[in-house]
Design a protein around this ligand. Sequence first.
Ligand code: PAF
Length: 281
Amino acid sequence: MQTFKAVSELRAQVSVWKREGLTVGLVPTMGNLHAGHLSLVSLAKTKCDRVVVSIFVNPMQFGPNEDYEQYPRTLASDCSQLEAASADGVFLPAVSEMYPHGLNQTVVSVPVSITGMLEGAKRPGHFDGVSTVVCKLFNMVQPDLTVFGQKDFQQLAVIQKMVRDLALPTGIIAAPIARDVDGLALSSRNQYLSASERLIAPKLQATLLDIKVAIQSGNRQFSSLCTVAKNTLLAVGFSQVDYIEVCDADSLLPANKQTDSLVILAVARLGKTRLLDNILL
Ligand code: PAF
């Protein structure tokens, strides 16, 4: 596996691959890799001849009171996992390589019609940071395909819109959520959980599954289903529910009785840890 720190080195290697007629896949990450990330790498490897994984904790997508400084950085273990997963390249830009003229220069801002609700409402500026860095990664790596996990469902929708609106020449592949045996969606932030919080955490998926079962048996009272679910989460020990909503899976607007394709999205906190999850119906 090759390691690239400079955009110029990465571009030189990608042009060699492209001249040889090979396709290039990208898996963007913020590191602290776990089995969920490795499943994205495996999926990319089934679709592309060469796979580059980027590891960059992007300061632009963290709010002032968020966990940018504490975000786990585990480069040595990340690189050995990527070697074992047969990634072809790892791109490790420094902040000065990604943002040589400082943060908040040209910003890619996807409209509020898809960024204004849910995560976007709770984390102002977050999606500008995500879309800007992902657009830069696309320009740096020039991937034929890029793989994103469906756990960050709104992020995926935002990136798909950016790619469509800006005619960016990469295909987007959505990978299913990787879960622990008890159903907890894998996330780098799970390691912030204490032992007792970790026991409660799978109740988030269980509660979303209860909503799914109710909907599938004909209950379309989405708002009351979500209120019951929120109360359940608070009763089992979650400290806060940022949101729990049944939405149109395409527009992410609140679903109504006629909506065909549904997604149940939730963020709930256990102590200081924000857990995201969703279920696509
Ligand atoms: O999902 C993530 O890990 C990040 O938001 C991403 C896509 C790597 C951009 O920094």
